[in-house]
Write a protein that binds this ligand. Structure first.
Ligand SMILES: *[C@@H]1O[C@H](CO)[C@@H](O)[C@H](O)[C@H]1NC(C)=O
Ligand SMILES: *[C@@H]1O[C@H](CO)[C@@H](O)[C@H](O)[C@H]1NC(C)=O
Ligand SMILES: *[C@@H]1O[C@H](CO)[C@@H](O)[C@H](O)[C@H]1NC(C)=O
Ligand SMILES: *[C@@H]1O[C@H](CO)[C@@H](O)[C@H](O)[C@H]1NC(C)=O
Ligand SMILES: *[C@@H]1O[C@H](CO)[C@@H](O)[C@H](O)[C@H]1NC(C)=O
Ligand SMILES: *[C@@H]1O[C@H](CO)[C@@H](O)[C@H](O)[C@H]1NC(C)=O
Ligand SMILES: *[C@@H]1O[C@H](CO)[C@@H](O)[C@H](O)[C@H]1NC(C)=O
Ligand SMILES: *[C@@H]1O[C@H](CO)[C@@H](O)[C@H](O)[C@H]1NC(C)=O
Ligand SMILES: *[C@@H]1O[C@H](CO)[C@@H](O)[C@H](O)[C@H]1NC(C)=O
Ligand SMILES: *[C@@H]1O[C@H](CO)[C@@H](O)[C@H](O)[C@H]1NC(C)=O
Ligand SMILES: *[C@@H]1O[C@H](CO)[C@@H](O)[C@H](O)[C@H]1NC(C)=O
Ligand SMILES: *[C@@H]1O[C@H](CO)[C@@H](O)[C@H](O)[C@H]1NC(C)=O
Length: 702
């Protein structure tokens, strides 16, 4: 009988050591009721045992006199309902149940308690509409100051009656639910200290309530990603305490009124991107001396950049993409914007040169000027932008690409460089002195109609993962040294005048997707693992595109080594000989285009074993014999094989006689489903040819 006496002694010792901290029977009972409401307690009951001191239970904190003051059970894997019994804990001030799987309703007793100050039930699956009719017997003093019900499944109208009076709320986060109807507005009737409201990612519609103008202490107001579709109410601009004003991706209309705007002197973040605002950026923007982020992208705004912007010396990010802004960039003196890291002017109508003063913004990380009417040469002083990671100059009328590359090669941190549809008709710089670009990973010099050859200096860019040189007029061979670009997994040199044979050395490229991009820039890690932002997802295509050139000779048998390829396009060349059977070992291939060559012989029947192949085009060659059947081939149509008069089979409606090959079994449904998904993903590639990478890449990079 040693064990029970030791246990007894332990209990005695503990109670002797801290006699005052053991919790009351009543409090323990409230907690056990909560435990009983759980359908999955994930081991919590090992610690929460009846008869033991609940102040020592996991997640419980007591005051010196043994009253439960805090329950912290975030990320504990709990499921079930939240028991209203927690409201019986008469000293509970902080309750944090975030990141679990609680479902059902949020007991109104917790909201109307006159003790609880912090209530965080975010990231659960609570769904029941918060109660609308709290009885008037509720005590007048409601203590709740911070309420986080974000990322649950709440629906319906926001129960604003809850907040009409008696509340002293300071912070409310109700983002990422499915609340509908009007945005609630009456927070500040009773609470003069209301400071933060986040209603983003809901379905609120109509106008932003003018009642928010009464919130004299409001610092943060976020309601992005809703359906708010009226104008910004004038009253909102009375709230001079505002530091963070964010309504992206709504349908807001109207203009930014200069006279009102200047009241928001404390504003640090203004995000109104993705709305339907029009009008100009008011000159009074210069009064917002604390402004760090100005985001007005994707609206219908026009006019020039106000020179007063130079006075916002704390600006870190300016995003004006997708508007109708025009005029010269020189209207702003960028010299004073020494903190600027991101300048995004994609798709506007700016004219003139790049102002010299931009080259003094030495903290610039991302500069996107694509899709404007800028012209002239880049200054060699662009080499001052030592922090630059991302630069896009695409679709402008810049001149002297040699000069531009010489300036940029010393931007040691440059990772992504887009030069598309600019420097039209110039010569590809072949100068060996272009020897920098140590960290360049993605390079596009495409749609420029450049003459010349694929330049040798590219062979020094050992970190390249994607290289786009399509739609130029490059002549000469495909150089064998491309294989030394060990990290490359996307090569598109289509639509040029390249001639000669496909070098077998090219087939030695490992083509393995790894990429490391700085997540600060334009949400670049669209391609990367969202949690680590370093690895590309396997969904990203691994591409070799040599289409629309003047290549001759045979398809090297060594093609079978490029096992990771997902898309191979050799179409529109003058390739001859047979389709090498080794192609069939490219088991990841989803798209194969060998059309419009002069290939002869039979289609290797093993091609029908390539389970992921969702599109094939061998049309307009001189192939002969039976078209393989079964497998993926059961899904292809006539157009994949047209223009080969000697091919036979059901697909082309030409009988093969005795040489009919045995059918391969059709793939399982699972594989068919995957194939369909790939087919959708790649139909763009197939349908639009080279436009594919523009869409994928420019959508995110510009
Ligand atoms: C806890 O133990 C007490 C006394 O043993 C008992 O009365 C009570 O019902 C128990 N509570 C629960 C929830 O089991
Ligand atoms: C609740 O806990 C989570 C996880 O530790 C934490 O991120 C959050 O800030 C807490 N909530 C409050 C209101 O302190
Ligand atoms: C409103 O209050 C009544 C009585 O107090 C209650 O029966 C009813 O369930 C409440 N309705 C809602 C939606 O909470
Ligand atoms: C919930 O929101 C509050 C207020 O914004 C915040 O302090 C808390 O960290 C949030 N909780 C989580 C889990 O993010
Ligand atoms: C705003 O949206 C509602 C529906 O969500 C619609 O009825 C109303 O006409 C819209 N108002 C404007 C100004 O577009
Ligand atoms: C910047 O502010 C100063 C004083 O605050 C003012 O005199 C000047 O005109 C402003 N500059 C511009 C370009 O608006
Ligand atoms: C731009 O501002 C800097 C200082 O902020 C000043 O020295 C320079 O003269 C200004 N340039 C122009 C063109 O106004
Ligand atoms: C861009 O500016 C040019 C002249 O500067 C004008 O003709 C053209 O209509 C503008 N385009 C748009 C979309 O505003
Ligand atoms: C360049 O990148 C490195 C590594 O990310 C960083 O430590 C360094 O500060 C950057 N240089 C500049 C000038 O921003
Ligand atoms: C581009 O610039 C060149 C020379 O500066 C000029 O001749 C040409 O008209 C410009 N093209 C467009 C579309 O602005
Ligand atoms: C282009 O830039 C190079 C190098 O900076 C320079 O030598 C050359 O004169 C420039 N060409 C033209 C036409 O301006
Ligand atoms: C393709 O190459 C052949 C000879 O190899 C040449 O006659 C023809 O002009 C070239 N076509 C083009 C478009 O360069």
């Amino acid at each position: 009988m040693a064990a029970p006496s030791i246990a007894l002694a332990t209990v005695l010792l503990l109670s002797l050591a801290s006699p005052a901290t053991s919790c009351s029977e009543q409090e323990m009972s409230s907690l056990l009721q909560f435990l009983a409401g759980l359908s999955e307690h994930n081991g919590l009951s090992a610690s929460w045992r009846n008869g033991t001191d609940c102040c020592k239970w996991e997640g419980i904190t007591c005051s010196a006199d043994g009253m439960v003051i805090e329950i912290f059970l975030a990320s504990r894997g709990l499921e079930g309902s939240i028991s209203p019994s927690l409201a019986d804990l008469s000293n509970l001030q902080r309750l944090n149940l975030s990141y679990n799987s609680f479902s059902g309703g949020l007991p109104s007793e917790l909201l109307t308690s006159n003790i609880i100050i912090f209530l965080d039930v975010s990231f659960n699956q609570l769904s029941r509409v918060l109660q609308q009719n709290l009885s008037s017997s509720v005590p007048d003093h409601r203590s709740l100051q911070v309420l986080n019900i974000s990322s649950n499944l709440f629906t319906g109208e926001f129960p604003s009656i809850l907040w009409e009076n008696k509340f002293n709320l300071v912070v409310l986060n109700a983002s990422n639910n499915s609340f509908q109807g009007w945005m609630p507005s009456s927070f500040c009737i009773s609470s003069t200290s209301f400071a933060e409201l986040d209603l983003s990612y809901n379905q609120f519609s109509g106008s932003i309530p003018s009642g928010l103008g009464k919130c004299s202490a409001l610092r943060v107001l976020k309601a992005g990603h809703n359906n708010l579709n009226r104008t910004l109410p004038d009253e909102l601009f009375n709230v001079s305490s505002l530091e963070y004003l964010s309504f992206p991706d709504n349908g807001l209309r109207g203009i930014l009124d200069g006279a009102h705007m200047m009241n928001l002197r404390n504003l640090a973040i203004l995000d109104l991107g993705g709305n339907m605002l029009n009008g100009k950026i008011p000159d009074s923007i210069g009064e917002l001396k604390r402004l760090k982020e100005l985001r007005l992208g994707y609206n219908d705004m026009f006019g020039g950049l106000p020179s007063a912007l130079s006075n916002c010396t704390n600006l870190i990010a300016i995003d004006l993409k997708g508007n109708y802004f025009s005029g010269k960039l020189t209207s702003v003196n960028f010299t004073s914007l020494i903190n600027l890291e991101v300048l995004d002017l994609l798709y506007n109508n700016f004219t003139g040169n790049i102002p010299e003063s931009i080259y003094l913004c030495s903290k610039l990380v991302a500069l996107r000027l694509s899709g404007n009417n800028l012209h002239g040469q880049l200054s060699l002083r662009i080499a001052n932008l030592k922090s630059l990671i991302f630069l896009s100059l695409s679709y402008n009328n810049f001149t002297n690409i040699t000069n531009a590359l010489h300036g940029l090669k010393d931007c040691k941190n440059l990772t992504v460089l887009f030069v598309r549809g600019s420097f039209i008709g110039e010569a590809m710089p072949e100068d060996e002195k272009i020897d920098g670009f140590q960290n360049l990973q993605i390079l596009s010099i495409s749609e420029c109609s450049l003459s010349g050859t694929i330049p040798l200096w590219l062979s020094n860019l050992k970190n390249l993962v994607m290289l786009f040189l399509y739609m130029n007029q490059l002549r000469g061979p495909v150089p064998a040294w491309i294989k030394s670009l060990n990290s490359l997994f996307y090569l598109d040199i289509s639509h040029n005048n390249l001639a000669g044979e496909i070098p077998t050395a090219l087939m030695e490229m490992p083509m393995l997707p790894t990429i490391l991009l700085d997540p600060r820039v334009f949400g670049l890690p669209v391609y990367a693992d969202p949690s680590h932002q370093t690895r590309i997802t396997s969904a990203f295509p691994i591409v070799l595109n040599l289409a629309y050139n003047n290549l001759t000779g045979v398809i090297p048998q060594e093609i079978g080594q490029m096992k990771s390829l997902t898309a191979l396009n050799f179409s529109y060349n003058s390739l001859s000989g047979e389709i090498p059977p080794q192609l069939c070992s490219l088991t990841n291939l989803q798209v194969l285009d060998l059309s419009n060559n002069i290939l002869t012989g039979a289609i290797p029947s093993a091609l029908s074993n390539m389970h992921f192949l969702s599109a094939i085009n061998v049309s307009n060659n001189d192939l002969e014999g039976p078209i393989p059947t079964g497998g993926q081939f059961s899904t292809f149509t006539n157009s994949s094989f047209a223009g080969n008069p000697k091919l036979c089979g059901i697909i082309v409606d030409r009988h093969c006689g005795t040489a009919e090959p045995p059918p391969v079994p059709t793939p399982s449904t699972e594989k068919t489903d995957r194939r369909v998904a790939f087919a959708i993903a790649f139909s763009v590639f197939f349908g639009l040819g080279v436009l594919y990478d523009q869409i994928v890449v420019s959508r995110y990079f510009g």
